[in-house]
Design a protein around this ligand. Structure first.
Ligand SMILES: [Fe+2]
Length: 453
């Protein structure tokens, strides 16, 4: 029995790679859902050390479900290969264009599709890993030789340009992060180094039509922890001034190329819901950021997150008056906020997240209507854990919430998982379809719907 509370009982190092065909489906899968749902997460390939293991650092494992013509054609899960993973599995190391001294890690946090490639990705200096359509590792990627060094688990796609905006960090840079733009061709086309007072862990980025937001918050690289061999050498620094910077996008319309910094109250942000430019009722130029706010991170407990309840907050940055205002949109504990992806950087109305109802277990699906303030929560039973909800728009649907919400659901009693498809406007109703998977998908991080191209 693990004594590490953050293994959460369902992230065991015993999973094997599985492939299963023609899955049982309850309900009716919409015909137009033709593609793959793929999700990444940490899944240690060898038994971890309870005392020191941080679950953020487990071996990446991708899980995928192939949908086509109203059928669930397959489920499969594959470890994301690094040299270390290949060695454990008795395989040849994957092709790797980086020098031997470059950080190597089995990318475990997200999986995205861009420029015709599926990329498993992670932050903190390790490169993305290219996967094929059946989730096998193709190679360690350097984006055709254009990636300077580090990537991120959370590249944000601007749907109007089909480019990715990425905030990257790596301890070896010292007090600096790097902002990248990856073109629609999959090659990095813009790089900007950003000097900071410390070396923060920056998990995600938000963008607007004019700005990329940099979260300069008090979780910093800690050399002492690194020297002691901590698997996650970052901790809370009480005296570090938290702030958010608005970095002009290199293709934006902002004439002033200085970063606009706004001091905020201490907190930590892993995930924004979204951000956008606006004009307020006084005619002031504002930027709105909605994000899940943690009161602290990695202070008393380095194996967390476990430093208080995460909630959905809004920050309004007033560029005209150089002021910032914050408010709480929903105080229900939650994480993994998502919106309709083609609205990234533009005003959104609906948000979806994984609610942390009982003892901060992921047991609730949440939907918020920011126009009315109405929230909908779906909680089936204490044994059902929900993963990150992903919104998929219906072809030709005009309304923002015309589409589906796809989420993995793990039954702690049967130890099996489902892929659930909900009507996005009615997540409290029965799912439109449930794909019964032949395996457990442990709690993990991020997934995406990848329609057939
Ligand atoms: Fe994340």
């Amino acid at each position: 029995m693990s004594t590490n509370p953050f293994l959460r009982g369902n992230m065991a190092p015993v999973d094997t790679e599985t492939t299963a065909y023609d899955l049982r489906v309850t309900g009716t899968l919409p015909d137009e859902l033709s593609g793959r749902y793929v999700r990444n997460g940490p899944n240690p390939i060898r038994p971890p050390d309870d005392a020191t293991y941080h679950w953020f650092t487990g071996t990446g494992m991708v899980h995928g479900v192939r949908l086509r013509d109203g059928r669930a054609e397959w489920y499969r899960n594959r470890w994301v290969r690094s040299a270390d993973v290949a060695s454990v599995l008795g395989e040849e190391a994957p092709t790797n264009p980086w020098p031997a001294e470059h950080m190597s890690f089995s990318a475990n946090t997200n999986v995205v599709r861009h420029a015709g490639r599926m990329l498993a990705c992670v932050e903190a200096g390790a490169p993305p890993v290219e996967l094929d359509d059946e989730l096998n590792t193709v190679c360690i990627s350097n984006l055709d030789g254009t990636l300077p060094y580090a990537f991120s688990a959370h590249p944000k796609r601007d749907a109007t340009t089909d480019e990715l905006h990425v905030m990257t960090y790596w301890w070896g840079w010292g007090n600096q992060v790097q902002y990248l733009v990856v073109g629609a061709d999959g090659r990095v086309r813009a790089v900007r180094d950003i000097a900071l007072p410390g070396g923060p862990m920056i998990h995600d980025i938000a963008i607007t039509e004019r700005f990329a937001l940099v979260f300069d918050l008090p979780v910093l690289f800690d050399l002492e922890s690194a020297m002691k061999g901590a698997s996650l050498p970052y901790r809370w620094f009480e005296d570090y001034s938290p702030r958010i910077g608005l970095v002009p996008r290199d293709d934006g319309s902002c004439a002033n190329d200085d970063i606009r910094w706004f001091d905020i109250d201490p907190c930590y942000i892993f995930h924004p819901l979204n951000a956008y430019d606006d004009i307020d009722g006084h005619g002031d130029d504002i930027v709105v950021l909605d994000a899940v706010r943690h009161p602290k991170m990695f202070d008393r407990e380095r194996r967390g997150p476990s430093e208080g309840t995460p909630r959905l907050d809004r920050w309004t940055f007033n560029l005209s008056r150089r002021s910032v205002r914050s408010e709480t949109l929903d105080d229900y504990p939650q994480e993994f906020p998502r919106i309709r992806e083609d609205l990234v950087g533009r005003q959104h109305r609906f948000g979806y997240s994984a609610g942390l109802g009982s003892q901060l277990a992921q047991d609730t699906l949440c939907r918020i209507d920011l126009a009315t303030g109405a929230v909908t929560r779906r909680r089936d039973s204490d044994v059902m854990g929900y993963g990150e909800p992903v919104f998929v728009a219906r072809d030709g649907g005009a309304a923002e919430d015309d589409g589906w919400v796809i989420a993995l659901r793990h039954n702690r009693e049967t130890d099996l998982s489902d892929l659930c498809v909900f009507d996005a406007a009615a997540i409290d109703a029965d799912p439109v379809a449930v794909v019964h998977l032949p395996a457990r998908v442990p709690n993990g991080f991020h997934g995406n719907w990848m329609p057939d191209e």
